[in-house]
Write a protein that binds this ligand. Structure first.
Ligand code: ZN
Length: 449
C-alpha cells in the first residue's frame, strides 16, 4: 500500500471519531505526514552515475555505484599499473526509482563505457611502438625470454638485430597485453588466421589494426582489393602476421675437434705387373681443432666462419703404388721390327736392357708409338740411335741403325719409318736393339707390346 492510500483510509476512519480524538489524531497525523514525506522522499531517491558530466545510469545508491567502479578498476589493475578511469565519474542524487538498474546491469554497462588509462611500458623496435605490457619488469622479462628462446646453448651471446627501447606511456588498459601475448607477438606467432574474411562494418584500417599490420601492407598483399568496394565475406590475405618483430641474433665461438680427410698418394711402380696396385703405407686421418664463429638468427644458423685451425695430429697419407705399366700398356706399343732374337734381362752376367729384334740390313724400323724424337745420332755402344718420347716418362729406343731418318724435335706417328736396320755400335750383326725406358729405367719391352 502506498503512503497516499494509507492517508486516505486514515481520513475516512477519522471522520467517524469524536473531536477529542480528532484533535489528537490531527496532531499525530501532522507528525505522520512529515515522517511520511521524509519516507516518500527517501523511497524516491536514487543515484545517477555520471561520466564526464553525462548521466549513464541510475542505481539504488552511491555505494552500489562506487562498488561497481572499484571492482572494474581492480580487474584492470591486475593487467596494468596505475590504472584509473579516463572519464570523470561523479554521482548525483536523483528522483526516479523507476529508472534504477541492478548492480550487475551497471557493471556490464560500465565495462563497456568506461575507459581505463594505465601507465604501461611500451616496447619500441627501431623507434616504432610495437606493443605494451603492464610494467618495466614484465617488458624486461619478455625480452629476456625471447632471447633465451633462441639461445642455442649457454655459450651463445644473444642480442637483438633491431634497436629496442622501453618507454613509459599512458595507454588505454585494453591495449596492454600479457607477457605471453607479447612474446608471441614479438616472435611473429599468431593464433589468428592467415586469411581474414571481411565482416559487416569492417574498414581496411580496422582490419590492419587488428592484425598489427599497416593498411598499406594489407593493400600491398591484396593488389586486387579496392577498399571502397570491400564486400562482406571477401577474403583478405594477411601479410606480415608471421614475421617476427624482433630478430634474435645469437653469436658464439666454438672450437670443434674434427677429423681430417685421409690423404691419398698414388705412386707409379714399374715393377708391379700390369693392372696391380698395393698399399705401401696405411694412412691415418688427422685431427684438428677448428675455431668457428657461428651466428644464428632466430635459432637458424646463418653463418659459420673459420677463425682458426690448430692441427692436433697430422694425417698420415695412404700411399698406394700402382703399376706404371697400366698406363704404358694402354698406349699399345707395336713391335718396330721382326722376331725376338734375344730377350730382356740378365744374360751371361750382363744386363740386356732391351730386346733384339730380327731384320735384314736396311729394312725399315717403325716407331712403336706416336711421339717426339728426343735423340737422333750416334750414342756410344748403341751406334746410330733414336729415342722417342711418348709422354708420361715413357721413351722407346732404337739402336744399331744403319741410317737415321728423323731429327731431334720431330714428331712421329705410330708406325712411321724412323730409320733402317744396321749393326752400328757394339753389335755382332744386323738387328734392332729395342728398349722401353720408363722414368729413366729400362723395362721389359714385351710387357708393353
Ligand atoms: Zn741388344
Amino acid at each position: 500500500m502506498q503512503v497516499k492510500e494509507k492517508l486516505i483510509s486514515l481520513k475516512g476512519w477519522l471522520d467517524k471519531q469524536p473531536a477529542v480524538i480528532k484533535r489528537g489524531v490531527a496532531g499525530l497525523l501532522a507528525v505522520v505526514l512529515v515522517l511520511g514525506a521524509i519516507s516518500v522522499a527517501k523511497a524516491n531517491s536514487a543515484c545517477a552515475v555520471m561520466l564526464d558530466g553525462r548521466e549513464v545510469a541510475v542505481v539504488q545508491n552511491q555505494s552500489v555505484a562506487e562498488g561497481v567502479v572499484s571492482s572494474l578498476t581492480k580487474e584492470q589493475q591486475s593487467k596494468a599499473a596505475n590504472v584509473k578511469p579516463l572519464q570523470k565519474i561523479t554521482y548525483k542524487r536523483v528522483n526516479g526509482s523507476d529508472r534504477v538498474i541492478s548492480e550487475q546491469e551497471l557493471k556490464e554497462l560500465l565495462a563497456k563505457k568506461l575507459t581505463f588509462e594505465a601507465t604501461a611500458v611500451g616496447i619500441k623496435v627501431n623507434g616504432g611502438l610495437k606493443l605494451a605490457v603492464k610494467d618495466r619488469p614484465t617488458a624486461e622479462q619478455v625480452l629476456e625470454e625471447l632471447k633465451r628462446t633462441y639461445q642455442v646453448d649457454s655459450s651463445y651471446k644473444v642480442t637483438f638485430a633491431q634497436k629496442v627501447d622501453l618507454v613509459d606511456l599512458p595507454l588505454p588498459a585494453s591495449k596492454i597485453i600479457s607477457k605471453e601475448q607479447a612474446l608471441k607477438k614479438l616472435k611473429g606467432e599468431s593464433d589468428k588466421p592467415r586469411f581474414y574474411v571481411v565482416k559487416e562494418g569492417d574498414t581496411i584500417w580496422d582490419i590492419a589494426e587488428a592484425f598489427n599490420i599497416s593498411a598499406e601492407d594489407l593493400q600491398a598483399a591484396n593488389p586486387d582489393f579496392v577498399p571502397e568496394r570491400m564486400q562482406i565475406g571477401q577474403k583478405l590475405k594477411m601479410v606480415g602476421v608471421a614475421e617476427p618483430i624482433l630478430d634474435v641474433v645469437a653469436t658464439t665461438e666454438k672450437t670443434i675437434k674434427e677429423q681430417t680427410e685421409l690423404p691419398q698418394q698414388v705412386r707409379k711402380n714399374p715393377n708391379l705387373p700390369y693392372g696391380k696396385s698395393k698399399v705401401v703405407q696405411v694412412g691415418e686421418k688427422g685431427l684438428k681443432e677448428v675455431t668457428y664463429r657461428i651466428v644464428a638468427v632466430n635459432g637458424l644458423e646463418t653463418e659459420r666462419q673459420v677463425l682458426g685451425v690448430k692441427v692436433i695430429k697430422e694425417a698420415k697419407p695412404q700411399i698406394i703404388e700402382r703399376s706404371s705399366q697400366t698406363m704404358v700398356a694402354s698406349r699399345g706399343l707395336s713391335r718396330p721390327s721382326g722376331a725376338i732374337l734375344s730377350p730382356f734381362g740378365t744374360r751371361g752376367g750382363r744386363m740386356h736392357t732391351g730386346v733384339d729384334l730380327a731384320g735384314a740390313y736396311g729394312a725399315p724400323i717403325r716407331a712403336a708409338q706416336a711421339g717426339k724424337v728426343i735423340r737422333a745420332g750416334w750414342y756410344g755402344g748403341y751406334g746410330n740411335c733414336v729415342d722417342i718420347s711418348h709422354g708420361n716418362g715413357v721413351v722407346t729406343r732404337y739402336a744399331h741403325m744403319s741410317s737415321i731418318g728423323v731429327t731431334v724435335g720431330q714428331t712421329v706417328s705410330k708406325g712411321q719409318v724412323i730409320g733402317r736396320i744396321g749393326s752400328t755400335g757394339r753389335s755382332t750383326g744386323p738387328h734392332l736393339h729395342f728398349e722401353v725406358i720408363v722414368n729413366g729405367v729400362p723395362r721389359n719391352p714385351l710387357a708393353y707390346l
